[in-house]
Design a protein around this ligand. Structure first.
Ligand code: GRF
Length: 203
């Protein structure tokens, strides 16, 4: 049985593309069942369409309440029988309503070594702080901002000459590598959450 993913994205969609590529290369035995964006101009939507993946736009302004907006997304997750929700540059904080009503787990990728630099502009935060290493984190989504249990991380060096763009690009390469890996671990039940820790199961 192939696992089915829902991917939520607001922009460029390069992490969506990394998942599509990993599936095509048979590194991930899954299919992307549905892509949902809150931004009608998101490149993620055109990437989905190019690959024949059902894609929907849900603009927050078209729903009277946040709950109705989130309900629309949850309905798609159910309708497309998804096994996991992957946030990939989804620029909206999901409310406790979404998290508590989701039939499946939700994971996110963030461009810093959490718990350092949560929230927006993580690469700029890292440069401004002056860290010598940064990276990316895949984590389960809980009710906080970028605060859920950590599944995988990857580290990159920060160089003196870095700009936000050069650092973001170095981190992005690692994002594209670890996101499919983390999705695979979660889908195949190879990890278990014990308190704050995500531990690898044997076998
Ligand atoms: C990535 O840096 C991701 O870590 C963050 O948003 C960005 C999305 O990029 N959450 P893309 O849309 O996947 O190219």
């Amino acid at each position: 049985m192939k696992y089915r993913l829902a991917v939520l994205a607001s922009g460029r969609g390069s992490n969506l593309q990394a998942l599509i590529n990993a599936i095509k290369e048979r590194k991930l035995e899954a299919e992307i069942a549905v892509v949902i964006s809150d931004n009608p101009c998101a490149q993620a939507l055109s990437r989905a369409k190019e690959h024949g993946i059902p894609a929907f736009t849900a603009e927050r302004k078209d729903f009277q309440t946040r709950e109705l907006f989130e309900q629309f997304i949850l309905d798609k997750v159910r309708e497309y029988k998804c096994d996991l929700v992957c946030l990939a540059g989804f620029m909206r904080i999901l409310s406790p309503y979404f998290i508590n009503n989701s039939p499946v787990k939700i994971i996110n990728i963030h461009p810093s070594l959490l718990p350092a630099f949560p929230g927006l502009h993580a690469q700029k935060q890292a440069l401004d702080y002056g860290v010598k290493y940064s990276g990316c984190t895949v984590h389960f989504v809980d009710e906080g901002t970028d605060s859920g249990p950590i599944i995988l991380q990857a580290v990159v060096p920060v160089y003196d000459a870095d700009t936000e763009e050069t650092l973001a690009e170095r981190i992005l390469n690692e994002e594209h590598r670890i996101y499919p890996e983390a999705v695979k671990l979660v889908l195949e039940g190879k990890v278990e959450v014990r308190g704050r820790r995500v531990v690898r199961l044997e076998g």
